[in-house]
Write a protein that binds this ligand. Structure first.
Ligand SMILES: [Zn+2]
Length: 80
């Protein structure tokens, strides 16, 4: 039962690889990476397949008095 021990995980791995095709993912913003096959990785959300109506942007948020830029996903045509 305890047989599926995790294989050695590289902790220092700046190149995230796509779980679908294994290619290195390209960073668009900090916390947002894309793969050519259509998979996107977003910090806090993980992997998902992007669709043509998704728009990626950086948004400034105020965190404890510090302005931080975080990636956001918007949908074209969606009302605010
Ligand atoms: Zn891929």
């Amino acid at each position: 039962m305890a047989d599926d021990k995790p294989k050695k995980q590289k902790k220092k791995n700046p190149k995230k690889r796509c779980p679908e095709c294994g290619r290195a993912m390209v960073q668009q913003f900090i916390g947002l990476k894309h793969c050519k096959c259509g998979v996107t990785w977003k910090k806090d959300e993980g992997y998902f397949e992007r669709t043509s109506d998704m728009v990626f942007a950086l948004e400034k948020t105020n965190m404890n008095g510090k302005i931080k830029q975080v990636p956001v996903v918007r949908h074209k045509g969606a009302p605010d």
